[in-house]
Design a protein around this ligand. Structure first.
Ligand code: ADP
Ligand code: MG
Length: 299
């Protein structure tokens, strides 16, 4: 039978917005010494704001925004909506939805609109393309690197065989993020790490703001999983906190997977052991403390 303390712990968690999917997760949570967190949507609001439109020489702001927005029109990536919104705010006519739009994991989106081929993505996406050796590609990658150094997530926009320019987006840390990290350390967690698909410079800028020293950036979903496994191989008991489809493998393989319930993707919620049902990181340290208290009562 389930110990009364566990039932009480799950009940208390539910009142505070933590959906704990089984008593065993409380017992494991009590032993967590390492917490890994996704960046976009977890440490940040996940509602990025468009900050820069940087056309290459001979190109216009309108061209860059128009083609980027056409490609992102049907994308559900958090970076897509602010681009579409900005284009509409500028009064641009986006026309039909794209004939085709494929997400390239950890890279961007590849679309076809009115017979034209569009890509919107990071430097890696352009580097891996057929036009990587063009001078304008070099120029766009430099511009994107410079944008990333300012803490903004860059996306490079290409149309057919030419590069139009770069868009920059700022995804600000959640208001409670820094306090939530401090609370984690106070509750006895010895290491807090960031795992993100975004690039190192952007990741470092956010990590510095929220007080995280260890950053692993440029990760694909399997890369996040590998980092969890590496921590476990060092004897750590690891909680992974994430909101996205790209976090699901890491959430599943961590000792405890914690999803951002209110705003997270359905897959992340399903894969996790604990779902934070309020759109806030404040309950994170609270859930670990609840677990420790519950287990202490049982002994
Ligand atoms: P995270 O781990 O931070 O949630 P993702 O794995 O979702 O990040 O994405 C990694 C990177 O791939 C993004 O930072 C962005 O540069 C690029 N990217 C992914 N999807 C898109 C998109 N729809 N449009 C533009 N860039 C994208
Ligand atoms: Mg995310």
């Amino acid at each position: 039978s389930i110990p009364v303390a566990i039932v009480a712990g799950i009940g208390r968690g539910a009142r505070d917005g933590m959906l704990i999917k089984g008593g065993e997760h409380l017992e494991t949570s009590a032993r967590i010494d390492t917490v890994a967190l996704d960046k976009t949507g977890t440490l940040t609001t996940g509602r990025p704001v468009l900050t820069d439109v940087l056309p290459l020489p001979g190109r216009t702001r309108e061209e860059v925004l128009l083609w980027a927005a056409r490609a992102e029109l049907t994308s559900d990536h958090p970076l897509a909506a602010p681009v579409v919104q900005a284009a509409r705010a500028d009064g641009l006519d986006l026309g039909q939805i794209p004939e085709q739009a494929d997400a390239v994991v950890g890279r961007g989106v590849l679309a076809r609109h009115g017979g034209r081929a569009i890509t919107v993505g990071n430097q890696a996406m352009l580097r891996e393309s057929d036009i990587a050796d063009r001078p304008e590609a070099r120029e766009a990658i430099d511009l994107a690197d410079e944008t990333a150094r300012r803490g903004r997530t860059p996306m490079i926009v290409t149309l057919d065989d030419s590069v139009l320019g770069v868009i920059g987006l700022a995804d600000t840390p959640r208001a409670e993020a820094a306090d939530a990290i401090t609370a984690l350390r106070r509750s006895g967690v010895r290491e807090v790490v960031m795992l993100t698909g975004d690039q190192p410079r952007v990741a470092q800028a956010v990590a510095a703001e929220v007080g995280i020293d260890t950053v692993h950036a440029g990760l694909l979903p399997e890369g996040k999983l590998d980092q969890i496994a590496a921590l476990q191989a060092r004897g750590r008991t690891v909680a992974m906190v994430g909101d996205g489809v790209n976090d699901a493998p890491a959430l599943a393989s961590a000792d405890i997977g914690i999803s951002m319930g209110a705003a997270g993707s359905a897959v992340a919620i399903e894969t996790s052991d604990i779902a934070l049902m309020r759109d806030s990181l404040s309950a994170l340290a609270q859930s670990l403390r609840l677990a420790r208290r519950t287990v202490a009562v049982m002994r």
